[in-house]
Ligand binder design. Structure first.
Ligand code: MUC
Ligand code: MG
Length: 359
């Protein structure tokens, strides 16, 4: 069934975070979502979101650049954008999501069904401890464990000297106990030598997974590390789409890939990377760009069609003080529930969108 698209609108939406979120390259106090609404001739609408982290400090597209790419270049070409526009995977992801939402609503089917079919209606979800303070992170982790909201945690390291990061990581691992899975994300902060020392120490501390220890361009170092240590590596920034996944696996990388709809250019594109990983024997993880509910749900529909060896981190909405949807997602027992209903299965709160949109 064809969609007759009449117009595409986009907004920048600024929402404060519940606490500072410290990564190796930026500290977030606010998250900017780029939201897209695609309107069909008969009034049916589809929504999409593109979100990055820390302006231009995480990836090559800024929120303002994403909006401008959508308004000026992608909207007029939406049906053929992947053939006619280079790069701009974040902007493309918002449009692919809006297209899937509209098509699902038109057919009366959830996006997960359009993408192959959900294997389950909830997914494991960890939480990232990244206040920048060891004692605060321990208290936050203990509270979330006691509430049962999460059973696994990721720590953001790499901004401080290695010895300090190791003390921080060991203290949290000790305090939360041997049964709680702790992973770390270095966000490219180490050179190859630091990474060898860091991996050896993290292995001794009992960390389960090390994410993107070296620069995204250094595939050789990432591959060497993956073959040298039994502590597995999760490739994040180094693997955006199916082509990256193929090149990394063909070069001998072993470990796991963090799938993100924004890196790949949309939920369907991210699943192409998943297929390459499955063919190469690389494990899968459902990754986030710390999106709001819209982008998180779009990812959940895609991830629900997969067996995720390392679970997911689709907690973005919990980091935000508010959101622009009518009903929040349900997070409980270490899981997040996949909304049912046609399309993405969520509704936008127009009042909140008016309130939070950048004027
Ligand atoms: C990243 O690099 O993984 C995901 C979770 C989080 O806290 O930051 C993001 C980005
Ligand atoms: Mg990462």
């Amino acid at each position: 069934m064809e969609l007759c698209i009449e117009r595409i609108d986009s907004w920048l939406v600024d929402i404060p975070t519940i606490r500072p979120h410290k990564l190796s390259m930026a500290t977030m106090g606010c998250q900017t979502l780029t939201l897209v609404r695609l309107t069909c001739a008969d009034g049916l609408v589809g929504w999409g979101e593109a979100t990055t982290i820390g302006g231009l400090s995480y990836g090559p597209e800024s929120p303002e650049g994403i909006k401008s790419a959508i308004d000026c270049y992608l909207a007029p070409l939406v049906a053929t954008m992947n053939a006619h526009v280079k790069g701009n995977s974040f902007a493309k992801s918002a449009l692919e999501t809006a297209f899937l939402d509209a098509q699902g609503k038109r057919l009366g089917l959830p996006v997960s069904t359009l993408l192959g079919g959900a294997l389950s209606d909830s997914l494991p979800v960890l939480w990232t401890l990244a206040s920048g303070d060891t004692q605060k992170d321990i208290a936050e982790g203990q509270t979330l464990l006691a509430e049962g909201r999460h059973r696994a945690f990721k720590l953001k390291i790499g901004a401080r000297p290695l010895a300090e990061d190791l003390r921080h990581t060991a203290a949290i691992k000790r305090a939360l106990g041997p049964d709680v899975s702790i992973r770390v994300d270095v966000n490219q902060a180490w050179d190859a030598g630091t990474a060898v020392r860091g991996m050896a120490a993290l292995q001794d501390i009992g960390i389960d997974l090390v994410e993107q220890p070296v620069a995204l361009w250094d595939r050789a170092a990432l591959t060497r590390l993956s073959r040298r240590f039994t502590l597995p590596i999760l490739a994040d920034e180094a693997v955006a789409d199916a082509h990256d996944g193929y090149a990394l696996a063909a070069g001998g990388f072993t470990g796991a890939y963090a799938l993100k709809i924004a890196k790949a250019g949309g939920p369907a594109q991210a699943l192409k990377l998943a297929q390459v990983a499955q063919a190469a024997g690389v494990a899968l993880y459902g990754g986030t760009m710390l999106e709001g509910t819209l982008g998180t749900v779009a990812s959940l529909h895609a991830w629900s069609t997969l067996k995720l060896d390392w679970g997911s981190e689709m907690f973005g909405p919990l980091l935000l003080k508010d959101d622009v949807v009518t009903a929040p997602l349900r997070f409980a027992d270490g899981q997040v529930s996949l909304p049912s209903g046609p399309g993405l299965g969520i509704d936008i709160d127009e009042d909140k969108l008016r309130f939070y949109r950048r004027k």
